[in-house]
Ligand binder design. Sequence first.
Ligand SMILES: *Cc1c(COP(=O)(O)O)cnc(C)c1O
Length: 354
Amino acid sequence: MEPACGLLARYREWMDLPPHTRDQLTLCEGNTPLIPVPRLAERLGGGFDLYVKYEGLNPTGSFKDRGLVAAVAEAWGRGAQAVICASTGNTAASAAAYAARAGLKAVVVVPQGKVALGKLAGALAYHARVVQVQGSFDHALDLVRQAVERHPIALVNSINPYRLEGQQTAAFEIVDALGRAPDWLAIPVGNAGNITAYWMGFTRYHRAKNTGLPRLLGVQAQGAAPLVLGHPVEKPETVATAIRIGNPARGQEALQAARESGGRIIAVPDAAILEAQSWLAEEGIWVEPASAAGLAGLAAEIRQGRLDPQGKTIVVVCTGHGLKDPDIVLQHADALPTIEPKLAHLEPYLTADR
Ligand SMILES: *Cc1c(COP(=O)(O)O)cnc(C)c1O
């Protein structure tokens, strides 16, 4: 007997998946830590409980594993031979890993030159066929949608409903850990599947167990903020590549979720995202830039007096690991000192303030 681990073992009864779904598919994803960050709460003014849901600790380094385990298990059970997705990178790596695990082929279509190093390498490492498109993520998704109309290949982007069924498990875990829903959940928003899935999870649990509902603070990058502007963005630009999306597939559902929850979707500049990434690193939590958008948005709302955190429990979702995008840290770092192997040369660095 293999030990049961992963989301299909733990939360299958809460997921609306067809009977043919291959429940044995797992990389022991999910069960990620909810890390208390009291010093970070102090930095934002204090007087409340702040937690980081650290989704970078999933098997391929992002929350996408929650959705892909479900979507690939369903496709596998249906008899699909291959899966396809458009991706800013993390979906690609995750789809590739779960397809490999299931013995299926994976084709991933990515915007040329716009994918962080660790993600592209991941997709290749897991043996996906990687195709670059001369265009944006939105062009890649459009192409993939056309492809599945003509070819017997399973689409595993977040327009696939089973993706959301899997991703909602993060909300279950938060409620299971806290004993009830938090007051606020701050979360980055790109293609808007994840915020939609969280809301689905919180409401599904609340209906069954009366665990309460959070307000949702969805956060986009200012250069890629269609849900804040109210129209698609032709050429989305942001350092946060995972949310560089101009026309979110789940945009309307995300707006509705935010509204229903009594929350909202806002935008923050790249500088604020990078600052939040640095704050998290000071807590020992390294995330890729997009993952820090939730915290950046929370900080902005508190600072501007639009969100009163006093006495509240707030969860910030950090969606992906910093190792996915090492370039961004190296780009912003000072040149490293290089010395001869002599103690005297090292000593100036032992006391110097950073
Ligand atoms: C996919 C992704 C997002 C955005 O999630 P959506 O469901 O597209 O809104 C945010 N951060 C990371 C690290 C991601 O991989």
